[in-house]
Design a protein around this ligand. Structure first.
Ligand code: IPM
Ligand code: MG
Length: 368
């Protein structure tokens, strides 16, 4: 056997992960996630992975003059999954070419290039961290644990955008095929959870919403074990705050999902706890829900939990390694339960730990 052939066989066994740390706190939280993934691969030998780094966002601009450089795209193309950090710069520097349209170019570029049509954003309140939530404890007592499935490649985001003189236009379009993709995932997700699916729309006003309802109603016949209901988006925004424990799986179109997932993300009390996944036809991307937080970047205080939990989602959805994914989630739970808390989740007046101490605690809590 030639050396080349041997190399290609051995690399087949190890999954190739494109690591795109990006800007702000991205690189420092990514370091902790990789630490945990390397420990996971020791404990679960089937989870062998190789990690190749690429530049995206402001870091892409610095290295190659583009937010989503061609070399980064090529790296993703030869990988089995994308582990993404965060992109974007400080508010006061938004006018600089390095940051102008940085999030849009990087994220929408990746979504389009890799057909990432289904976005999965879980929102869960850790009972031990109820003090972090801006909501009163009585609203949380029934347990808040939901997942928002957002369509990511259609609707007003990718419709025609034009400005002519005093008038501007953004077009919202959906096809049946585009609507079916997130809904199919949402029905399956509901089956593995509490069996409840809420489809959110504005069917009292929009034709696209009425099409969503029609498609969801037809699909529901094939999923009798799931209880489906519809909710207008304005009411859903209200219920997320008034009755967050009443939700299980929410499925909705692109822009409503953008807004509702930010609303849901404040329920746990810190964005640092929220991973997300974007699922495509070939490979999937994993990204913390919080931003690049330039104000705290480089200080070693950011919460790496979301980035670490992205690693767990990657093992589950991209590589089918449920036991390893669950082991990471349990280790994060245990670190939090044992009171190893970064500043964003430590109760006022208590001692908090650094980014790397939290990562170390998760590594120490890992069990096969
Ligand atoms: C998100 C972000 C993006 C979106 C922006 C940066 C284009 O808000 O991922 O939710 O609106 O999708
Ligand atoms: Mg958003």
């Amino acid at each position: 056997m030639t050396t080349m052939l041997r190399r290609s066989l051995s690399s087949k066994a190890a999954r190739k992960v494109a690591v795109l740390p990006g800007d702000g706190i991205g690189p420092e939280v990514m370091k902790e996630a990789l630490k945990v993934l390397k420990r996971t691969a020791e404990l679960f030998p089937k989870c062998a992975m190789t990690f190749e780094h690429g530049n995206i966002g402001g870091a892409g601009f610095d290295a190659h003059g583009e937010h989503f450089p061609a070399v980064t795209k090529a790296l993703c193309e030869r990988s089995d999954a994308i582990l993404f950090g965060s992109v974007g710069g400080p508010v006061q520097e938004q006018h600089m070419p390095k940051w102008k349209d940085c999030e849009k170019n990087s994220l929408l570029g990746l979504r389009k290039a890799f057909d990432l049509a289904v976005n999965v954003r879980p929102a869960k309140v850790y009972p031990t961290l109820a003090h972090c939530s801006p909501l009163r404890s009585e609203l949380l007592k029934d347990g808040v644990d939901m997942v928002i499935i957002r369509e990511l490649l259609g609707g007003i985001y990718f419709g025609e955008h034009t400005t002519e003189g005093d008038s501007a236009k953004d077009v919202c379009t959906y096809t049946v095929a585009q609507i079916r993709r997130p809904l199919e995932f949402a029905f399956q997700a509901a089956k593995g959870r509490k069996g409840k699916l809420t489809v959110v729309d504005k069917a009292n006003v929009l034709d696209t919403s009425r099409l969503w309802r029609k498609v969801a109603t037809e699909m529901a016949k094939d999923h009798p074990e799931v209880t489906m209901d519809f909710m207008y988006v304005d009411n859903a925004a209200m219920q997320l705050i008034k009755a967050p424990a009443s939700f299980d799986v929410i499925c909705t179109e692109n822009m409503f999902g953008d807004i509702l997932s930010d609303a849901a993300s404040v329920l746990p009390g810190s964005l640092g706890l929220m991973p997300s996944a974007s699922l495509g036809s070939k490979l999937y991307l994993y990204e913390p829900s919080g931003g690049s937080a330039p104000d705290i970047a480089g200080k070693g205080v950011a919460n790496p939990a979301a980035q670490i939990l992205c690693g767990a989602m990657m093992l589950r959805y991209s590589f089918g390694e449920e036991a390893a994914a669950a082991a990471i989630e349990a280790a994060v739970d245990q670190a939090i339960l044992s009171g190893v808390l970064t500043g964003d989740i430590a109760p006022p007046g208590t001692k908090s730990v650094s980014t790397s101490v939290f990562g170390d605690a998760v590594v120490a809590a890992m069990k096969a």
